[in-house]
Design a protein around this ligand. Structure first.
Ligand code: LIP
Length: 266
């Protein structure tokens, strides 16, 4: 029997809260056990611990569902796909570098997809004391209160979140995207957590989020939350291995921000 959306959401919330609270409890070790995986990026052993906590809760309720997590090994990624129509997508600590430096802008993000479409999601930010939720057939909420995207209609009044341009090359700076967006919008910001950036769009605190070379686990739950808050999301490019160019907005500024992104100035 197909589980109800509410039962899926309840499990996502329980898993996100357990993993997030574990990370918060272990915060004194936040600078420990970091592995530099790339320029400007780190991995924490705590990421792996938190993913395992979330997976245990999910498996305890839905033992036959598929699991995809940011910390999965290459072998697990290469394993034969599950036969289940349901796939859980886990980012145990989104905003890892913020977390490792003691900044509160980090969260645990958990979504569940049915046949590839997000149907329930939870984003839990322990140090900001915020829980964002949505299912495919319910309004998005923050701490149980319905949230909605803003009515801002034009880019010159828009706050836009983005990240470092990971496609940077020797002749294309990490901040080229920020420069391009900044020229057109009221303010552009790099806050370091895609999931929380998207939740700020869902709450009407910002009008758009865009990032290239971002992963499915960073945006799956919060992308659904934006949709259920009346916003719009779009995969501008699928780069393979769950890596995307992803845009979300309040809907009103979507085409303008998309044109800004697709119009190269280099
Ligand atoms: C982070 C994203 C952020 C991006 C960072 C990093 P992580 O996810 O949330 O938007 O700019 O490079 O990918 O690695 O902290 O889960």
């Amino acid at each position: 029997m197909r589980p109800s959306l509410q039962s899926l959401l309840d499990c996502a919330v329980a898993a996100a809260q357990a993993a997030g609270e574990h990370a918060a409890d272990e915060a004194p070790q936040r600078r420990g056990a970091t592995v530099a995986v790339a320029a400007h990026d780190v991995k924490l052993e705590l990421d792996i611990e938190c993913q395992r906590i979330a997976e245990e809760i999910i498996r305890g309720t839905f033992p036959h569902h598929a699991l995809l997590g940011e910390e999965d090994s290459a072998e697990k990624r290469a394993a034969a796909p599950s036969e289940s129509d349901f796939q859980w997508v886990i980012d145990p600590i989104d905003g890892t570098i913020n977390f490792s430096h003691g900044l509160p802008q980090w969260c645990c993000s958990i979504a569940v997809l049915h046949k590839g479409v997000a149907v329930a999601g939870a984003v839990f930010s322990p140090e900001m004391n915020e829980l964002y939720c949505a299912t495919r057939d319910s309004a998005a909420t923050r701490n149980g209160v319905a949230i909605r995207v803003s009515d801002v209609q034009t880019l010159d009044k828009a706050m836009v979140f983005t990240g470092l341009d990971r496609s940077a090359t020797p002749d294309r700076h990490h901040l080229s995207l920020l420069r391009r967006i900044s020229a057109r919008v009221q303010r552009a910001r790099i806050m370091g957590s895609a999931a929380l950036d998207l939740c700020h769009v869902a709450c009407g605190q910002a009008e758009a989020y865009f990032e290239d070379w971002i992963y499915l686990w960073d945006i799956a739950a919060a992308g659904l939350i934006v949709q259920q808050a009346g916003g719009r999301t779009e995969i501008l490019r699928d780069r393979g291995d769950h890596c995307l160019a992803f845009l979300a907005s309040n809907g009103h500024v979507h085409e303008d921000i998309k044109n800004t992104l697709l119009t190269s100035d280099e």
